[in-house]
Design a protein around this ligand. Structure first.
Ligand code: SAM
Length: 204
């Protein structure tokens, strides 16, 4: 989908190496934390130089961080609609100098309550979730509208051929041709699944 989006001119993706903006002899981009402690922190100079070189007046700078606000389908939807230049900043080591966050970053996003080795993995997740929602990227726009989270529920169960597999049959309702009844069944199944796997979405 990312390739298709780019070929159709609907999105343009670029990966930048922060070391291209490092100026020290060994192209250093990290240093020990002030105050002591484990690990290394990404230095602010190369990050400021990179963002200032890439930024346009319309850019939005987003930091990937486990300390960010939880990334949700609704946020992906908002970014996809805005059709804006996004700079996804990927941390490494212990994270990034706070002055980057204070002065350059417009939004901080976390892809989940766990810690990854680096932000590039999170940036791929965020990019995919946003780009597939740009109008024209998915062949069938309706498929995104029916995805989990679009209406606050998880998606209903899906079946395809064969009609019967190892004795397990496709529910009769899906063969009935009664579209209103099928829609009702799907809604009830979506509710059931959401209640089982994500009761928090129902406020339960
Ligand atoms: N010391 C940081 C903390 O406790 O918040 C974690 C640093 S993590 C080892 C290195 C980088 O991976 C982070 O700077 C961030 O860019 C990225 N990262 C890790 N987990 C992430 C998550 N759940 N969501 C988004 N980015 C994440």
């Amino acid at each position: 989908m990312m390739k298709r989006a780019q070929e159709k001119g609907l999105a343009s993706l670029h990966v930048h190496n922060i070391r291209n903006w490092a100026t020290s002899k060994h192209l250093t981009t990290d240093d020990a934390p002030y105050g002591g402690g484990q690990g290394m922190v990404m230095k602010c100079e190369p990050v400021f130089a990179a963002v200032e070189a890439l930024k346009t007046p319309e850019s939005r700078v987003i930091l990937m961080t486990p300390a960010g606000r939880p990334f949700k389908q609704q946020i992906a939807q908002e970014y996809a609609c805005r059709n804006q230049h996004l700079i996804l900043l990927c941390g490494h080591y212990e994270g990034i100098d706070q002055r980057v966050i204070d002065q350059l970053v417009d939004d901080e996003l976390s892809i989940g309550d766990y810690v990854l080795t680096n932000g590039a993995i999170a940036a791929v997740v965020v990019t995919d979730a946003i780009v597939r929602l740009i109008p024209g990227v998915l062949g069938d726009e309706a498929s995104a509208a029916e995805d989990s989270f679009s209406d606050g529920l998880l998606e209903f169960p899906q079946y395809t051929r064969p009609l019967e597999f190892r004795g397990w049959k496709v529910p009769d309702i899906l063969l009935s041709g009664h579209h209103a009844e099928i829609a009702k069944w799907r809604h009830n199944m979506a509710l059931e699944k959401t209640r089982k796997n994500r009761p928090d979405l129902l406020g339960e």
